[in-house]
Design a protein around this ligand. Structure first.
Ligand SMILES: Cc1cc2nc3c(=O)[nH]c(=O)nc-3n(C[C@H](O)[C@H](O)[C@H](O)COP(=O)(O)OP(=O)(O)OC[C@H]3O[C@@H](n4cnc5c(N)ncnc54)[C@H](O)[C@@H]3O)c2cc1C
Length: 239
């Protein structure tokens, strides 16, 4: 039995860059001549990319792709999988393989205590200052994980369908998934799954999905720096 607060996002492949945004947009006015832009640098094209972002001309941002391997607790997956458009998923099976006994425990720094005027829709939290509260939480989670995994193994020993045996497992168990998206769908995801007080629409995502989203954000920034800057400068509104 292993416990961790790590959430892993590994970049498997990356296709395209800012130059593809420029080339795809320019087919509109240059026709076939725009093709050469797919092989040129996007340097000096920040104005065009910013215009596309600002006017929500989103389709030129779809001509690139990113594939990640993400290892995260199922509580992250049930939220991530809600992003349907421009996302492709393949997840490890609980029917064809035994699930590993790896479970999520929060990091000590995770903000988790409800503030006084806590509201659904604007859920704000502060750090847990009490070691005993934090330890009690971890102890409760560990006990539940240990019992549920022991029951899972007991179910498997009955030689029943593993897809039924797993029914006792909690959302804190880890699962691995391949995720492919494009910069446009990724920006839509980032606008909802990161909290930025300066964003045009402020979102209040679950801590754990934001951890994953922030890693994706760094990958977007390094591969599509002009696009990323335009996204931030336009209030993190997806085009
Ligand atoms: C902070 C937060 C709290 C949330 N709380 C809850 C909750 O309590 N309960 C709950 O069920 N969900 C909740 N969600 C999930 C949320 O409702 C969305 O399902 C999720 O964020 C995916 O967003 P999306 O539909 O825009 O993404 P995608 O499915 O990727 O869609 C992208 C865009 O495509 C368009 N689109 C997609 N499908 C359709 C369609 N069928 N018809 C028309 N246009 C479409 C829309 O413009 C949409 O914004 C929450 C999300 C966040 C960020």
């Amino acid at each position: 039995m292993q416990f961790t607060s790590d959430i892993k996002v590994n970049l498997i492949q990356k296709m395209g860059g800012d130059h593809m945004v420029v080339a795809a947009a320019k087919v509109s006015t240059d026709g076939e001549a725009a093709e050469k832009m797919a092989y040129e640098s996007a340097e000096g094209k920040a104005g065009l990319i910013n215009y596309l972002m600002n006017h929500r001309h989103g389709t030129p941002f779809e001509h690139s792709a990113l594939t990640f391997f993400v290892h995260a607790p199922i509580l992250v997956w049930r939220e991530w999988h809600r992003h349907r458009v421009g996302f492709s998923y393949n997840e490890e099976s609980g029917r064809y393989k035994k699930l590993e006994p790896l479970f999520y425990l929060p990091d000590r720094e995770r903000l988790m205590m409800k503030i006084e005027d806590w509201k659904p829709g604007r859920p704000k939290f502060t750090r847990c200052e009490s070691d005993s509260v934090f330890e009690q939480l971890c102890s409760n989670l560990k006990q539940a994980y240990e019992l549920s995994y022991a029951m899972y193994e007991a179910n498997l020993a009955l030689k029943i369908d593993p897809g039924l045996a797993r029914d006792c497992l909690p959302v804190g168990i880890y699962s691995g998934c391949w995720v492919t998206c494009n910069p446009r769908s990724l920006m839509a995801f980032l606008s909802l799954r990161t909290h930025e007080p300066d964003a045009t629409q402020i979102s209040y995502p679950l801590w754990e999905i934001e951890v994953a989203a922030r890693i994706c954000e760094q990958i977007l920034e390094s591969g599509w720096p002009i696009t990323y800057k335009a996204f931030v400068n336009n209030g993190r509104v997806g085009p």
